[in-house]
Design a protein around this ligand. Structure first.
Ligand SMILES: NC(=O)c1ccc[n+]([C@@H]2O[C@H](COP(=O)([O-])OP(=O)(O)OC[C@H]3O[C@@H](n4cnc5c(N)ncnc54)[C@H](OP(=O)(O)O)[C@@H]3O)[C@@H](O)[C@H]2O)c1
Length: 296
């Protein structure tokens, strides 16, 4: 490590997008020395530099790397390896990315030059923020998957702790499973809610009416799951073993939204283990399975 004191590690960012802005502000907020930033466009780098005292916007990634102990490469995933390969790294400095799907192999170019390398992925979304400072607030309390070599093996988990989060280690071979969990909890929840909102348009309402109806229900569901766990919090006909209601839903879906039939059937079938855990009997579960698989 360039600095012996972890409170004085100088941190830079290459890539000032949604995550880069949020992480830079969050780290500054917990006392880290965020001192340099560059991005593809100067205006994005300026955005961070204008909000963090002592932080300077640079034109190139190399300038950031030359001035910092630790560089976060927060470009889109597809650019990380190329950006890492474009930099002349110093032995002992740190390079880290925040991609969830891949581990530290994206930073082989930096490791080959003797840098400590890390992956620090926040299990959080930063989509659709009107104020990117909100991204910094969203980082507080989240789980970070950390993989690292050299001094970063201690330093990155300590950053997660300073952000009031928790660092976990995912074996590289299980990382796609970890990322699939993130996609189920985030992107596919979006797909599901889009389907729910779409049924409102088929009832003659505007999409915004659907969003207004669906969002509080979805929010309360997630809060209940966070408080009590899925077994206690999930409700609905499938986990009650109510095959008649499922059949009625499938019948109307086939008429008004046939593109959702497969999704609805699969979700009903996927709910059976949860229904069993909640105490629904085997006969009712069999009726449920038959209703889900019947021609609508
Ligand atoms: N967004 C999320 O919810 C989220 C959640 C967890 C992890 N992550 C991870 O965070 C990383 C960044 O994602 P993001 O969502 O923040 O992406 P983003 O909003 O698209 O921002 C990426 C930034 O990188 C800059 N950039 C692109 N190519 C570059 C290059 N060659 N050199 C320097 N800068 C370049 C972009 O340029 P401009 O200068 O033109 O703006 C942009 O500001 C990814 O690894 C992603 O997997 C994101």
């Amino acid at each position: 490590m360039v600095s012996d004191d972890k409170d004085h590690v100088s941190v830079g960012f290459v890539g000032a997008g949604t995550l880069g802005r949020g992480l830079a502000l969050a780290l500054d907020g917990v006392g880290c020395n965020v001192v340099e930033v560059s991005s593809r466009s100067r205006s994005s780098a300026d955005w961070i530099a204008e909000r963090i005292d002592e932080c300077v916007a640079r034109d190139t990634a190399q300038e950031v790397a030359d001035a910092c102990d630790l560089v976060f490469i927060t470009t889109p995933d597809a650019m990380i390896a190329d950006v890492a390969a474009s930099i002349n790294w110093r032995s002992g400095q740190g390079a880290t990315h925040c991609c969830g799907a891949s581990s530290i192999e994206l930073l082989d170019a930096a490791a080959d030059a003797g840098a400590a390398v890390g992956a620090m992925h926040p299990f959080q979304t930063f989509a659709a923020l009107s104020d990117p400072t909100e991204a910094a607030r969203r980082l507080s309390g989240v789980t970070f998957a950390v993989a690292a070599t050299g001094w970063l093996a201690d330093y990155l988990p300590s950053l997660a702790e300073r952000l009031d989060g928790q660092a976990i280690t995912i074996p590289d071979e299980l990382r796609p499973l970890y990322h699939a969990s993130a996609v189920l909890a985030c992107g596919y929840v979006g797909t599901l809610l889009d389907a729910a909102v779409g049924l409102w348009t088929r009832m003659g309402y505007a999409e915004e009416d659907g969003v207004r109806a669906v969002a509080p229900l979805a929010r309360a569901t997630i809060e209940a799951i966070a408080a009590a766990g899925p077994v206690n919090a999930v409700t609905g006909p499938a986990v009650r073993g109510d095959a008649a209601t499922i059949a009625a839903h499938l019948s109307l879906l086939s008429e008004h939204a046939p593109h959702l039939l497969t999704l609805y059937r699969e979700l009903t079938l996927a709910s059976i283990p949860l229904a069993r855990t909640k105490g629904v009997g085997e006969q009712e579960l069999e009726r449920l399975r038959r209703a889900a698989e019947a021609e609508a």
